[in-house]
Design a protein around this ligand. Structure first.
Ligand code: AMP
Length: 475
């Protein structure tokens, strides 16, 4: 579908064209028409799918009639409120609002915690048509009576699952109570736990359900590889990969803040310029770390899941899972930062014996197996391995030289759009598949997600939506 068919004004289309985009992503094509019609929307879409623009463009379009150059605050009441879980995501969403709204005269700002509230108060006082906020700081403004939400016409809850994971449900309920009853509600979430469903029931009125495939366009562009390695040699292997493959702009995930700091320091000692980003760092330090990483000044950014949520780095080529996430869905969030909208990327996972269960969970979640490649010189120590699954796994890989996966072929193939057909993948890469299938129990086949038959009818959750995440994130 061409952009011109979406019903967006010339000003917005011009801003889109300035970005060099050629066509809407699936979530955009599905979400924009109902949002423009004023309907509530519940979208299962993760980062990397183009979801931000999917709600920003139609909101700008709907608010266009209020576009005016007056400096009077009264002419710019908050009409759209976008609530996001983290400062980084909030900043990026507001940056999108400004980018796509640059040919309109609508005002926007962003408020988040960890920084001085006074400049935000000034901005709010000068009038804002679209406000992007994290829940806690928004409530600070409510408390101080420095924000007026009585004119909100459109509410967006972005990455709602993450907000609930972070314990923001009470804050969200308080915010909802402050909004006019008659409004349009848009809820975006990568996963749908029972709590999200409850929230959706309370929030949304006959929502249009939108589901973009589990393996989104971004993920399809990603080449996945798993390197088995002993736990205590992960850092050494990471340095080796970065240096030997001359990787630049590498986003590395650890599970804990402490782990992120330590790894960044160790990489520094290996002469790899690195920095860490996590929620213990001050906001200016996080902004600086991200800017240095984006500009190429820093080669490796080590992040925890929550800190990295929403990071939008154009054409980020490499994501490394130094540790696998506890929650399988976070694997998708992590790799959502690479292979974005048409560019290709690598998702490299360093996996030790202790992480076999997590690896299986991730493969079940993805509905395909991840290619395995042992890096010569980093073969896991089999004597130390007691778990049968990984032991056989290693044996198969190490003792069958003819079955070493062809890394290049795997990369090429797994980048091909539409690759998310596990059986075709397995057939074409029987070398990889034989290692994997000889050693691991089969991943249970799950029926493909059902498409909603009629968008305007409230119905049960699509199969894509997942059961509640059990583990709390450590960020
Ligand atoms: P998001 O899922 O909102 O985090 O967006 C992921 C990335 O896709 C961002 O860098 C956007 O700038 C980019 N993007 C959004 N829409 C399109 C599009 N239609 N074509 C190409 N890139 C896009």
């Amino acid at each position: 579908m061409p952009f011109s068919k979406l019903g967006l004004s010339a000003e917005i289309l011009r801003a889109i064209s300035d970005q060099g985009y050629h066509e809407p992503t699936p979530v955009q094509a599905q979400a924009i028409p109902p949002i423009l019609s004023g309907l509530d929307v519940m979208a299962g879409a993760q980062t990397g799918t183009g979801k931000t623009a999917g709600f920003t463009w139609p909101i700008l379009q709907r608010l266009k009639i209020h576009s005016n150059t007056s400096t009077s605050p009264a002419r710019h009441p908050i009409r759209a409120l976008i609530v996001a879980p983290t400062r980084e995501l909030a900043m990026q969403v507001e940056e999108s609002v400004r980018t796509y709204g640059k040919y309109l005269s609508l005002k926007s700002t962003v408020v988040f915690g960890g920084v001085n509230i006074n400049p935000q108060i000034k901005e709010l006082q000068s009038g804002v048509d679209m406000l992007v906020a994290t829940p806690g700081r928004l409530l600070d403004h409510v408390q101080q009576k420095t924000v007026n939400l009585s004119k909100v016409e459109i509410l967006v809850l972005d990455e709602a699952d993450r907000m609930l994971d972070m314990g923001f449900l009470p804050d969200i309920k308080r915010i909802l109570a402050l909004l006019p009853a008659k409004r349009q509600n848009l809820l975006f979430s990568a996963t749908f736990s029972d709590d999200i469903k409850k929230l959706a029931d309370r929030l949304l009125n006959k929502p249009v359900l939108i589901e973009v495939g589990q393996s989104n366009a971004a993920a399809d562009m990603v080449a996945h590889v798993v390197h088995p390695v002993d736990h205590n040699r992960k850092r050494e292997l990471l340095s080796h990969i970065i240096k030997s493959q001359d990787l630049r702009q590498v986003l590395v995930f650890t599970r804990t803040k402490h782990g992120a700091n330590r790894l960044a320091q160790q990489l520094q000692r290996d002469s790899i310029h690195s920095t860490a980003i996590h929620s213990n760092k001050s906001q200016p330090a996080r902004i600086q770390a991200l800017a240095d990483f984006k500009s190429g000044k820093v080669r490796v950014l080590v992040a925890t899941d929550i800190a990295a949520r929403g990071l939008d780095i154009d054409e980020l080529p490499h994501v490394v899972n130094f540790e696998l996430p506890h929650v399988a869905g976070d694997y998708v969030h992590r790799i959502g930062r690479t292979g974005r909208a048409g560019s290709s990327g690598d998702a490299i996972s360093l996996v030790c014996t202790e992480e076999m269960e997590q690896l299986k969970d991730i493969e079940r979640f993805l509905k395909f197996r991840l290619p395995i490649k042992i890096v010569p010189g980093f073969e896991p120590n089999q004597k130390a391995v007691h778990r049968p699954s990984f032991e056989t796994h290693h044996k198969a890989a190490v003792h069958r030289p003819g079955f070493e996966p062809n890394h290049k072929a795997v990369h090429r193939e797994s980048r091909r759009p539409g690759r998310a057909q596990p059986h075709a993948f397995r057939r074409e890469h029987s070398n990889v598949a034989q290692i994997a299938s000889a050693t691991r129990p089969p991943v249970p086949h799950q029926a493909p997600a059902q498409k909603p038959q009629h968008p305007h009818v409230k119905k049960s959750m699509p199969a894509l939506f997942l059961p509640p995440a059990k583990a709390k994130h450590n960020a």
